[in-house]
Design a protein around this ligand. Structure first.
Ligand code: DGL
Length: 295
């Protein structure tokens, strides 16, 4: 329908809808945090499937089923764009979720992360650390090699990092000890033998940016740590602009805009979700903004 401004009224309705994001739990809030910084006028609806996390240890089929259910719940609530803010779910289910949400753009975190890695590396030697599911699916390797066919990639599953972060253990001897246990084989040992080590490390799991300090300490200087969050937010901003879906870009350009809201859905209890979520989001989460749902 075209209104008196010559603008499709369904487009202006769509523009006011929130951006949907989902993750297996609260880890995807590292992506939400970057999106809030880069898109302050937008509203967000974040779903954390905390009852069924972790996804990283589950089979591809199970993660695909969970991802489709999470996407359906957000679609049912009304969103203008969907972000799969989980590396494991993106690696396992991005094409399926796109097929299931034909009317809107669906953005995953793997391509933006691969893009960040290729931009950061100078030697073309890139290390990728993620959950077992993400590493098994080789999605990052493929995305990096598509951009940089000569890249050398060292990929490693670091599943215990997830439970460590979930327990709030982000720095100190235990965090550094586990990081060394995983990463010495890629960084410390080859260095001792005079071999070249990767110059870029992709934190290809929503939880790993919280361990950035401990990981940086272990891999040493000269290694750039990258993650998907910032690039994913940039891609979303670009898409919204191209599709004229950014809030404030319609007929009311220049008019005061109410700041966007953030609301949450969780599949497990609300107090744990808010407590853990605040750690990832970096700001308090009011319990009244969180609703418990079943998928
Ligand atoms: N969100 C997941 C990811 O980015 C990590 C946590 C999980 O295994 O569910 O891969």
């Amino acid at each position: 329908m075209i209104n008196s401004h010559g603008i499709s009224s369904s487009l202006s309705h769509l523009r006011e809808l929130p951006i949907g994001l989902f993750d297996s739990g609260v880890g995807g809030m590292t992506v939400l945090r970057a999106m809030r910084e880069q898109l302050p006028n937008e509203s967000f609806l974040y779903l954390g499937d905390t009852a069924r996390m972790p996804y990283g240890t589950k089979s591809v089929e199970t993660v695909q089923k969970y991802a489709l259910e999470a996407a359906a719940k957000l679609m049912e609530r009304g969103i203008k764009l969907l972000v799969i803010a989980c590396n494991t779910a993106t690696a396992a289910a991005l094409p399926l979720v796109r097929e299931a949400c034909p009317g809107i753009d669906v953005v995953g975190v793997v391509e933006p992360g691969a893009e960040a890695a290729c931009r950061a590396t100078r030697s073309g030697h890139i290390a990728v650390i993620a959950t077992s599911g993400t590493i098994r699916g080789r999605a990052y390797e493929e995305a990096i090699l598509r951009r940089m066919p000569d890249a050398r990639i060292s990929a490693l599953a670091c599943p215990l990092f997830v439970s460590m972060v979930e327990d709030g253990l982000l720095s100190g001897p235990l965090a550094e000890g586990l990081a060394a246990r995983y990463l010495d084989a890629i960084f410390h040992d080859p260095r001792e033998q005079g071999l070249e080590v990767p110059d870029t490390l992709v934190l290809a799991c929503t939880h790993f940016p919280l361990l950035r300090k401990a990981i940086a300490h272990v891999v040493g200087e000269g290694v750039t740590l990258v993650d998907s969050a910032g690039n994913t937010a940039r891609e979303v901003r670009q898409l919204l602009r191209e599709k004229h879906l950014a809030r404030g870009s319609g007929p009311s350009v220049g008019m005061p805009l109410c700041p966007g809201s953030v609301r949450f859905l969780t599949t497990d209890d609300v107090p744990r979700f808010t407590r853990m979520g605040e750690l990832f989001l970096g700001i308090p989460i009011a319990p009244c903004t969180v609703e418990q749902v079943t998928l």
